[in-house]
Design a protein around this ligand. Sequence first.
Ligand SMILES: [Zn+2]
Length: 72
Amino acid sequence: METSIGPGAVGVNLNHIKVCARCGLRYDWRKSASSTLKMTYCGALCERADLGFTIDALVRAERIEKAPVPPL
Ligand SMILES: [Zn+2]
């Protein structure tokens, strides 16, 4: 991609730039505070605001519950 973001963006690799699904902010996904949805949200706040929870918390909760799944 040859597109330039503008002055000051020199050195920014656009392959790493994502647009937050919630707030529309352009961010470097490698720097996102969201642990599991780095490619979708700029941070855990947007992740939780959009989903109502964070995948991180969900995974942790599932690990704690460990409820047996009845066969359907
Ligand atoms: Zn955001």
